[in-house]
Design a protein. Structure first.
Length: 256
């Protein structure tokens, strides 16, 4: 049994975290076994009043919760990897700027960098971590704008870090996922727009989440208009938006 994606499904303005596991070596929704566990995140100054993103360490012993009102990323330690039943909320946080509205975040492959989708400035903010995957050691290094009128809702990288994908949802306009090439792995200094996949508002609106399967052949999106729906796509070429096929939906309403 393995986890489809370590970015979990979060209902905007909710404090319920849903974990979905699948069996065998497949990323298809047909293999989803259902709800495994839930965790209530405190809606206090020490927690997240509006949790919008989840980020695990690769070994599953640290879980970070991103939100856009408390200006911080909080974290839990898990005694058993990816098991919410014994999660402990820790006191250390990664503090954001006073005007930042972080929605989601991703690590680089060795956990020394943290990339935050910041929707207020519509940038990707870059933090360095002095201890790998420990968000309490974060220090802001830079931020990267991608030009145009982007509204950054979520980000994802290819497995080698040479591509970044931005879930762009400008108010009143067509939402899209934009694919950029990077000159070096996880280096955002000179991103080049290669292509985009548009018209995603027909599946959901007020987009909130983007994730890929580990092999890059599946892509998943979520949105707040239908917060119970996860939409699945197949990519003809891994981590490439040149050939995107809509496969279907998974409805989590019966589990939350």
């Amino acid at each position: 049994m393995r986890l489809v994606k370590k970015d979990l499904i979060i209902r905007y303005l909710s404090i319920i975290i849903l974990v979905i596991f699948v069996f065998s070596n497949t990323n298809a929704f047909g293999a989803v076994s259902g709800l495994v566990d839930t965790l209530t995140v405190p809606g206090t100054a020490a927690g997240q009043k509006q949790p919008t993103g989840i980020l695990f360490s690769p070994d599953g012993t640290k879980m970070n919760v991103i939100g856009n009102t408390t200006k911080q990323i909080i974290h839990y330690t898990l005694t058993s990897p990816f098991d919410l039943s014994d999660a402990t909320l820790e006191t250390g946080v990664c503090a954001m700027g006073a005007t930042d509205k972080a929605l989601n975040a991703k690590f680089n492959n060795d956990g020394t960098k943290l990339f935050v989708a910041e929707t207020n400035g519509d940038t990707v903010d870059i933090y360095k971590l002095s201890i790998a995957y420990d968000i309490t050691t974060c220090e802001k290094e830079d931020d990267q704008a991608f030009g145009g009128s982007l509204e950054v809702r979520d980000i994802s990288f290819s497995s080698d870090g040479r591509k970044i994908f931005i879930f762009d949802s400008p108010s009143g306009e067509s939402s899209s996922i934009k694919q950029y090439s990077l000159s070096a792995p996880f280096d955002l200094t000179n991103p080049i727009l290669i292509r985009q996949h548009s018209g995603l508002e027909v599946f959901n609106t007020f987009e909130q989440g983007l994730a890929f399967s580990s092999d890059g052949t599946k892509m998943y999106i979520t949105g707040n208009n239908n917060p119970d729906i996860v939409t699945e796509f197949t990519l003809g070429t891994p981590f490439d938006l040149s050939d995107v096929k809509h496969e279907g939906f998974y409805n989590v309403s019966s589990n939350i």
